[in-house]
Ligand binder design. Structure first.
Ligand code: G16
Length: 555
């Protein structure tokens, strides 16, 4: 018994946001929601509003989040993703609903989809519903917000428009909103509350370091939303402890967003951002377009570029947290595990297993996959090599930390720092601002410069490339291989195997991107020239395939 009045309102509102004509091509809820050219997105965003309204009704009226961003993609793209009540990514069972709605090409089909969701997911369609949303700095965001509001108004959904935020700030606000009346609220329900929580935790976490960080740090904000938000965060940080320079903050110039700067550019091209003016061993880091990823780097004498990517952040954090757990006397109560993807450098995995003596698990690309596995651990450290990740402290671990009676001042100090980290680290999703403060805290405690950090292990030479293809959906990975092996197109995997077998310590895999119309090619080998050769050969092979395979190549 669908609410006919509601449905009439939906159909009427949808008239203003018609679906782009994509022929037979469907939209899909991918690695990070829907992502495409912004001019194709109006109807998709409208239908995401409908899905979020239903999801909120399903979740007992808890607020659902919607973030409008295309993160690392060029400025002309945009995207939209749904955030579940505790700040996690939309539960995977609902992704097909979002996909079906976005591909409903007629009012009748939209109606059927809506009814089917209500029935299949057992939604009580009269329940309370609430959505909160934000967008990044892309010019198309304002129009897409109008499409979203039209859907929320048609479905009589209460909403809060938070304007421009980073993606992790929106995740924070979703969790804060839904825990506001609980015993342990996640934080104040405001953007300011986010900075306050972070500033306080940073103060707590860093105050027991023997010395403040030895040198200033420069943050490249990719000319995106991270720039104004990092500047605001600075107002909440102690002035005397850390000198932070913010660069690439031109948010009013859309064409500069992610252009030759930002975390994705630096990681993929393995070079400094344009206008880099660091001296040897100066500490630099880059955020991506919605500030959920961060990577560090520096140059050595002679301008040799050195990258400290997500693998390095994971290993740095895991070793520091492992030490704190031991020093506070909790090593028998709490275990730590690391979650990586196939992009993790083989040397980092070896270091985690053999030096840190921690367990590593692998998942498909996409923080939604890593998060899920990390959430099952006492302390789950997850980072993609591209700098996207966080650390999850389970309820069990937090309880052990709360109850533990330290036996010495040294145990007490370690425990207090550990507790501060649970507030400093964003527990909902990878967060570049939070990860930045975490890294700075750890380097200060360890009294390390980037040089010591880099010296923990030596990366295998590696290269990430992409090949533009006409139909990336032709590339399907074998399940359970963390996307290391391709199932289709059939002839591709044996050919990759044959190429890889020619290189010492060679490893290479190909997978379809979930955010761009491309397949990604990642390779490692014992020597730099072998790596270049290996990845080049695989790209050449993929680029030369016809139909679903063919296309141009770009780094
Ligand atoms: C998104 C996801 C990441 C993923 C990246 C690239 O990041 O959130 O987990 O690693 O896309 O994914 P793919 O290789 O499938 O294109 P972001 O920062 O762009 O939102």
């Amino acid at each position: 018994n669908i609410n006919e009045a509601e449905f009439k309102a939906i159909i009427k509102a949808a008239e203003d946001w018609p679906r782009a004509d994509t022929g037979n091509t469907d939209f899909g809820y991918g690695t990070a929601g829907f992502r495409m050219r912004a001019d194709l997105l109006d109807y998709v965003v409208f239908t995401v509003g409908l899905v979020a309204s239903l999801r909120s009704r399903k979740c007992g009226g808890n607020a659902i989040g919607i973030m409008i961003t295309a993160s690392h993609n060029p400025a002309d793209d945009n995207g939209v993703k749904i955030v579940d009540p505790m700040g996690e990514m939309l539960v995977s069972e609902w992704e097909p609903y979002a996909t079906a709605m976005a591909n409903a090409r007629t009012p009748d089909k939209l109606r059927n989809c809506f009814i089917q969701i209500i029935q299949n997911a057992q939604v009580h369609d009269h329940n309370a519903r609430k959505v909160i949303f934000a967008r990044d700095t892309r010019p198309s965001g304002a129009r897409l917000v109008r499409a979203l509001k039209a859907a929320l108004e048609a479905t009589n959904t209460e909403y809060v428009d938070y304007g421009i935020l980073t993606t992790p700030q929106l995740h924070y606000l979703v969790k804060a909103t839904n825990t506001e009346k609980m015993d342990k609220p996640y934080g104040e329900v405001s953007e300011e509350g986010y900075y306050k929580k972070m500033g306080k935790a940073f103060n707590e976490a860093i105050k027991r370091a023997t010395k403040p960080p030895s040198s200033p740090v420069t943050v490249d904000c990719a000319n995106g939303v991270g720039a104004p938000k990092m500047k605001k965060l600075l107002e909440y940080l102690p002035k005397d402890i850390l000198k932070i320079n913010v660069v690439n903050d031109k948010i009013e110039s859309a064409k500069d967003l992610n252009f030759q700067c930002g975390a994705d550019y630096v990681k993929t091209s393995q070079r400094v951002p344009k206008d880099f003016d660091g001296k040897p061993y100066d500490r630099w880091c880059s955020l991506d377009g919605d500030a959920d990823r961060i990577i560090y780097y520096f140059v050595e004498d002679g301008s040799v570029f050195r990258l400290l990517d997500g693998d390095r952040i994971a290993t740095l954090a895991a070793s520091f947290i492992g030490d704190l757990v031991r020093k506070s006397g909790l090593e028998d109560a709490i275990t730590i595990a690391i979650v990586q993807t196939a992009y993790a450098n083989g040397a980092s995995t070896k270091y985690v297993e053999q030096t840190l003596k921690l367990k590593v698990e692998f998942t498909n690309t996409g923080v939604k996959h890593l998060h899920h596995v990390a959430a099952m651990k006492d302390i789950g450290v997850y980072f993609e090599a591209n700098g996207h990740g966080t650390i999850l402290f389970s309820e069990r671990a937090q309880k052990a930390m709360r109850k533990h009676q330290p036996q010495s001042p040294a145990q007490m100090e370690a425990l207090e720092t550990l507790r501060a980290l649970t507030d400093l680290i964003n527990q909902t999703v990878g967060d570049a601002l939070s990860d930045f403060l975490l890294v700075e805290t750890i380097l200060a405690h360890k009294e390390w410069t980037v040089r010591e950090w880099l010296s923990t292990y030596t990366d295998l030479p590696n290269k990430l490339a992409k090949v533009l293809v006409s139909d990336r959906s032709a590339y399907k990975s074998v399940e359970g291989t963390a996307e290391r092996r391709l199932l289709t197109p059939k002839p591709v995997q044996p050919r990759i195997d044959a190429i890889v077998s020619k290189y010492r310590d060679g490893r290479c895999f190909v997978r379809a991107s979930g955010t761009e119309d491309a397949v990604r090619v990642y390779g490692e080998a014992g020597e730099v020239y072998d790596t270049e050769d290996l990845v080049g050969k695989v790209c050449e092979f993929i680029g030369g395939l016809g139909g679903g395979g063919g296309g141009g190549m770009s780094d």
